[in-house]
Ligand binder design. Structure first.
Ligand code: SF4
Length: 403
């Protein structure tokens, strides 16, 4: 029997439109200015709360386009509607992943009023950031993004940055750390430029990548700990609780559980599993769509999901991982979107993405743990000793790796 869904993350696309044009962007529809209707947002959360499948903590990530091109007033109305419908037993936290170029005092007021998690895409100092993060006219966006970050700091809004690592930045862990510290950035997440959708990364498939990324992350992590000024490094701080967890508690991988992640586009189309699948085309998997929240109930969408080739093949991929991979107990079977785009099949196993996001951090933590010379019984204190996390950080739970 299939387990009852537990919806823990909802990725809502307020609009597909983005005001800039990064060279590595995978979003296929980023010039479309359509905005999700308030009635669609209302219907979505009515369905989630009525289903009884809402986790006690739901993270709502407004993303998959630039969320800040939609006015502040839109979110004030949407957040208030969701709050009115929310059962007392469910806590909702809103979160934005933004390029930061439009942040001003009005946005900061919204972020503070609603305790919004804010992630800013920033690839490092100007020469690294402007390599790929360009305006629609081809100019670098560093000045506008850093102005947005300084505005967040002026208004005491907690935030994290997500930096996409390139060939150049992989050799510069110390320079990157010095830059973050000079800008008061103390919560950091790294992505490595990936192949997804129309975008093909030259970096991601190189044979040297695992070694280079491990060297980068090892140096960055240890220098960050020495500095005492970094509060959260996602790659380590989210891996630690997956590794040092109570006996018998399985790792949850919400990218492979039906409806654990609900991904909803600006027209109300619903997908699940990896959020990057939404908006992509694939005849065999019905463009990864499971229904439309304006016209179907969540129960109907779940029935479609459970009967779909998409679910069947993702489950087969997890099963294959469980049989073959030493890292399965911390990973839980990986990211379907990367299996599909790197290997051409959801039923496959190892990807460059899982090598970097699961295997490398696990190896580095074990390496550091060995140096601590703790006994297995001291695993919890070892996790505390290795963590940079003071408050848990503002970063959303995985996946929050969209550029
Ligand atoms: S690390 Fe890779 S191969 Fe191993 S379980 Fe995860 S996705 Fe599968």
């Amino acid at each position: 029997m299939t387990a009852t869904p537990e919806i823990g993350m909802v990725v809502v696309q307020p609009t597909a439109f983005c005001n800039i044009a990064c060279t590595y962007c995978y979003l296929p529809d980023r010039s479309n200015k359509h905005v999700i209707a308030q009635t669609t947002v209302t219907r979505l959360f009515e369905q989630i709360f009525a289903s009884g499948w809402a986790s006690s903590e739901i993270t709502v990530i407004w993303h998959a386009g630039e969320p800040l091109v939609v006015p502040v007033s839109f979110y004030r109305e949407a957040f208030a509607t969701i709050e009115r419908m929310r059962p007392a037993s469910v806590h909702v936290r809103h979160s934005f992943q933004t390029n930061g170029t439009l942040i001003d005092a009005d946005w900061c007021a919204l972020f503070k009023d609603w305790n919004v998690g804010v992630g800013v895409s920033l690839d490092g100092p100007r020469e690294l950031h402007d390599l790929h993060r360009k305006s629609r006219s081809g100019k670098g966006t560093f000045d506008k993004t850093i102005a947005g970050i300084r505005c967040l700091r002026e208004h005491d809004v907690p935030f994290h940055v997500i930096s996409v690592l390139s060939h150049t930045s992989l050799d510069q862990p110390e320079e990157l750390l010095d830059f973050y510290l000079s800008e008061g950035i103390d919560q950091i997440c790294f992505n490595v430029e990936e192949s997804e959708g129309d975008h093909v990364s030259s970096l991601f498939h190189g044979p040297e990548l695992r070694r280079r990324y491990a060297a980068f992350l090892r140096t960055f992590w240890h220098r960050a700990r020495e500095s005492g000024r970094v509060r959260f490094l996602r790659e380590i701080d989210l891996a630690l609780p997956r590794m040092f967890r109570p006996e018998g508690v399985p790792t949850r991988n919400i990218q492979t559980e039906p409806l654990a992640m609900l991904n909803v586009d600006s027209h109300g189309n619903v997908s699940s599993f990896s959020p990057e699948l939404l908006g992509l085309k694939n005849a065999a998997y019905g463009d990864y769509l499971l229904g439309n929240i304006n016209f179907q109930t969540l129960q109907e969408i779940r029935d479609v999901c459970l009967a779909s080739p998409l679910h069947r093949d993702i489950a087969a991929g997890v099963e294959a991982c469980s049989r073959s991979c030493d890292y399965f107990s911390v990973c839980g079977g990986g990211a379907p979107v990367n299996k599909l785009f790197e290997n051409g099949s959801l039923t496959s196993t190892v990807t460059s993405y899982c090598t970097l996001t699961q295997m490398v951090p696990t190896d580095l933590i074990l390496e550091a743990y060995d140096r601590l010379e703790h006994s297995p019984a001291a695993a919890v204190s070892a996790a505390n000793a290795l963590s940079l996390s003071v408050t848990g950080g503002s970063a959303a739970p995985e996946p929050s790796r969209m550029p």
